[in-house]
Design a protein around this ligand. Sequence first.
Ligand code: SF4
Length: 124
Amino acid sequence: MKHLICIECPIGCSLTAVKSGEQWEIKGNRCRKGEQFAINELTDPRRSVCSTVKTTYRKVPRLPVRTNGEVPLNAIFAVMEQINAVTLDHPVHIGEVIIENVCNTGINVIATSDLYYLLEEDGQ
Ligand code: SF4
């Protein structure tokens, strides 16, 4: 038996999962989202990753980035290593891809701020 808290909405239902053969039986969920959340957590847990990358610009030394989808939980350290290895040496707009298909997950790492704007605002 496993216990989980559903994080799909602020109610935060307390879920119980019991394996029955190859299937998981989920209890405690007030809606179907909770059942799907628990099954995903138990069989293929994934997370979005938010971080920053280095830049060569003195006044904007780091630019916020995030994955444009969820990556497998066991790939997060490898994803962070790839993010940490980036040094951006050209301006990018918000939403531009910084790392394509990070760690072969099919997910991209994208900019969440506009470096053109930040550089202009800082007078560079
Ligand atoms: S099971 Fe439904 S109601 Fe309960 S926390 Fe998850 S999404 Fe919200």
